[in-house]
Write a protein that binds this ligand. Sequence first.
Ligand code: GRF
Length: 195
Amino acid sequence: MSGGGSNLQALIDASADPGYGAEIVVVISDRPGVRGLERAAEAGLPRVVVDWRGHDDRGSFTRAIADAAEAHGAEALILAGFMRILAPDAIRRFPHRIINTHPALLPSFPGAHAIPEALAHGVKLSGVTIHFVDEEVDHGPIIFQEAVQVRDDDSESSLQARIQEIEHRAYPEVVDAFARGLVKVDGRSVRWEGQ
Ligand code: GRF
């Protein structure tokens, strides 16, 4: 993660249940001093800062993240408000084991400014997409989507609040199902077993 960590918090809260399918083994941030790291500390979780600014290129930054994850025994990377692009090396090291949540209905509005761009475009529906990460930005196979009605008087923050309400419910559910091996990928198509 890179910032506030409200999605991280939702995952921390869900994983406090002994019946939850996944365990958070380490929280990795691409910058120091963010609220997400405090949330990890409050939960007693190991933290690693892989500072983007300390790396010459995306390849070495990505390797440092994958190394830190593997050193803590991570079997998957769950991107939760992570505002950097990983190099293809990470996708090869964690094939179909990197998941991201995006605040729009992909393939509409990929990139870091999905909410303002959706508002500027005047769409009536936006939403949440949870997807596997592949080598293209905000592009991999889609695991989950839910729509949000855009209101005439929506601001960035009001739309973001409704989007995050969905993320905080859905992301822990997706991660739980994924960790239990219930999320099957075949090309671009993803199905959830038992649904
Ligand atoms: C989330 O809404 C996510 O969709 C986007 O960044 C936001 C991060 O929020 N990629 P938080 O750091 O989890 O609070």
